[in-house]
Ligand binder design. Structure first.
Ligand code: NDP
Ligand code: GDR
Length: 356
């Protein structure tokens, strides 16, 4: 067993999993990720971090498992003996959670409980502390009760996904209080990047812009343009996750920029960056409307700023531009500002030479 600190991640192949793996590796951690077996390899977001597992200095390892499979979670935890666990795995698409409610709740809600139970048993038996981060969401606020939303604002979840996240949030607190687990809830507002899944609204827009400029796409079909979100940069947000687990005591924190913008404003800014008028390309397709919508999210991260010393570095405009830049570059186009993007856009065809 290596002397370095060991972190175990669910959701390592996702957007946040890839950024936090980079962060943890840069801090000297040994990183272990749980991955699902898929019929085609889907490690695009972490292929640039690949290390040959046959080499003694390797610090990144993958294990097959699933949040719906408690036995395997237990076996992996026993084998890795982690100091920290980041629970990032989820069926994380709000619209899809209305189509697949039971699966979403099993992964997001019960999956978290399975992990907490496994940690409790392991910690009680071995006496070794395992610190736990739960990926909570601003979706838990749902129907607006107050703005800006902080740690005291009541939840009113509006989707199967959000209901499951509220369940996971309270189980995390319950395990902290009942069994003295070092367990923290991050309540993270929307955070985006060039590695964002292609069906979330920001990436859908920036990817479409690159395709339109490249002449591969003519129209962009969208849902509710009036929804307002507090959008930050994922790379900033994973730092907050790590900081939460380095504190003397476990606690819950809102992570947000404190600014809100509508989907329409995102469209305007992103299309204008490439000198196009969004209204010439965008059409509304009710398919993208949700049975219940979350109209307004605006976070107050004062507690995190004061206690963790965390603050967002990337502004809304910078975020829009860096996402457009990365998608343009990924299609071989020049970026509007002529400078290369310093992030990677995930593209299915770019799986590189990793031999996981
Ligand atoms: P992604 O959708 O990009 O990644 C989700 C990850 O979960 C993927 O690695 C996925 O694996 C994995 N996963 C899905 N189902 C299972 C399962 N049954 N068992 C194990 N792993 C599974 O999400 P993000 O990186 O954006 O978000 C990370 C976490 O933070 C999620 O829990 C999300 O709900 C939460 N969150 C996200 C916010 C955001 O704005 N991004 C805001 C607040 C919370 P695969 O690659 O195989 O699909
Ligand atoms: P969200 O993100 O539901 O906030 O959840 P998403 O980007 O999917 O939607 C944001 C808002 O945009 C509106 N919208 C559209 N959304 C999508 N996906 N596609 C469209 O065509 C479209 N048109 C308009 C939506 O109605 C919504 O109001 C994300 C996820 O990452 C969650 O896992 C996370 O918990 C929350 O952010 C915080």
């Amino acid at each position: 067993m290596s002397n370095s600190k060991r972190a175990l991640l669910t959701g390592i192949t996702g957007q946040d999993g890839s950024y936090i793996s980079e962060l943890l590796l840069s801090k000297g951690y040994q990183v272990h990720g749980i991955v699902r077996r898929t019929s085609t390899i889907n490690t695009d977001r972490i292929d640039h971090l690949y290390q040959d597992p046959h080499l003694p200095e390797t610090n990144l390892f993958l294990h097959y498992g699933d949040l719906t499979d408690g036995t395997t979670l237990r076996r992996i935890l026993e084998a890795v003996q982690p100091h920290e666990i980041y629970n990032l795995g989820a069926q994380s698409h709000v619209r899809v959670s209305f189509d697949s409610p039971q699966y979403t709740v099993d992964t997001v809600g019960m999956g978290t409980l399975r992990l907490l139970e496994t940690i409790r048993e392991y910690q009680q038996r071995t006496g070794d502390e395992v610190r736990f981060y739960q990926a909570g969401s601003s979706e838990m606020y749902g129907l607006v009760q107050a703005v800006p939303q902080n740690e005291q604002t009541p939840f009113y979840p509006r989707s199967p996904y959000a209901c499951a996240k509220v369940y996971a949030h309270w189980q995390t607190i319950n395990y902290r209080e009942s069994y003295d687990l070092f367990a923290c809830n991050g309540i993270l507002f929307n955070h985006e990047s060039p590695r964002r899944g292609e069906t979330f609204v920001t990436r859908k827009i920036t990817r479409a812009i690159a395709c339109i400029v490249a002449g591969k796409q003519k129209k962009l079909y969208m849902g509710n343009l009036d929804a307002k979100r507090d959008w930050g940069y994922a790379k900033d947000y994973v730092e907050a996750m790590w900081l939460m687990l380095q504190q003397p005591k476990p606690d819950d924190y809102v992570i947000a920029t404190g600014e809100t913008h509508s989907v329409r404003e995102f469209l305007e800014m992103a299309f204008a960056y490439v000198n196009l008028n969004w209204e010439d390309y965008v059409e509304i397709d009710p398919r993208y409307f949700r049975p219940a919508e979350v109209d307004l999210l605006l976070g107050d991260s004062t507690k995190a700023q004061e206690k963790l010393g965390w603050k967002p570095k990337v502004t809304f405009k910078d975020l829009v531009y860096l996402m457009v830049d990365a998608d343009m570059q990924a299609l071989g186009l020049e970026t509007p500002n002529g400078k290369p993007s310093d992030d990677i856009a995930t593209l299915r065809q770019n799986s590189g030479t990793a031999n996981w």
